[in-house]
Write a protein that binds this ligand. Structure first.
Ligand code: GRF
Length: 213
């Protein structure tokens, strides 16, 4: 069984999607812990209800960045994860931690990377006049929201969209993409070659509107 640790900062809807698919599809994996960077992260209640261990490493409780980094690394390492999954985790990870979990840490970013990394991605996409938007699952590297891309999905941007309507269209896509990417990782179906990820079954590594996205 692969041991998965999921990191959250808020709602935890991607966390829920992954936990549900893991159970429904009987992956050879277990979400052993959910670690939140905020004590009020709503996703913690879901984890507890599912019987998953939880921990909070409160970013605001650490005056020094180094103290948070050390506490977070200790919390993650303590669970000896095979895979670390960032699901709406709003803190930048220390380079040393990222390096240690290279090839074993995934992130979801709600844009078509490498476009629009960082915060307010939907606002950025709208401001740029994009006619499509999407979401990306990638392996985490030291560069924020950048790393070998595992899976992407595309949705249309409509002329009357605002940040909220676009986010609401992208979120269900995230919930389809992320469990699939984690499932591939659990089954060792992903090989990193430079900045590229090869899916060993050669399954398509993108979803478009024609796929019901
Ligand atoms: C998602 O849009 C995720 O891609 C982004 O933050 C949001 C988190 O949503 N990084 P949730 O906590 O998974 O519901």
């Amino acid at each position: 069984m692969k041991r998965i640790v999921i990191l959250i900062s808020g709602r935890g809807s991607n966390l829920q999607a992954i936990v549900r698919r893991c159970a429904a599809e009987r992956w050879p994996a277990q979400v052993v812990a959910v670690i939140a960077s905020r004590p009020d992260a709503a996703g913690l209640a879901f984890a507890t209800a599912e019987g998953i261990a939880t921990a909070v490493v409160d970013a605001r409780a650490h005056a020094e960045r180094a103290g948070f980094d050390t506490a977070l690394a200790a919390a993650i390492d303590g669970w000896r994860p095979d895979l670390v999954v960032l699901a709406g985790f709003m803190r930048i990870l220390a380079a040393e931690l990222v390096q240690r979990y290279a090839g074993r840490m995934l992130n979801m970013h709600p844009s078509l990377l490498p476009a629009f990394p960082g915060l307010h991605t939907h606002r950025q996409a709208l401001a740029a006049g994009c006619t499509v938007a999407g979401a990306t699952v990638h392996f985490v590297t030291a560069a924020l929201d950048h790393g070998p891309i595992v899976l992407q999905g595309v949705v249309p941007v409509r002329p009357d969209d605002d940040e909220a309507t676009l986010a609401a269209r992208v979120l269900p896509l995230e919930h389809r993409l992320y469990p699939l990417a984690v499932r591939w990782a659990v089954h060792d179906r992903l090989r990193i070659e430079g900045l590229r990820v090869v899916q060993l079954d050669a399954s398509p590594q993108w979803f478009g509107p024609a796929d019901g996205a």
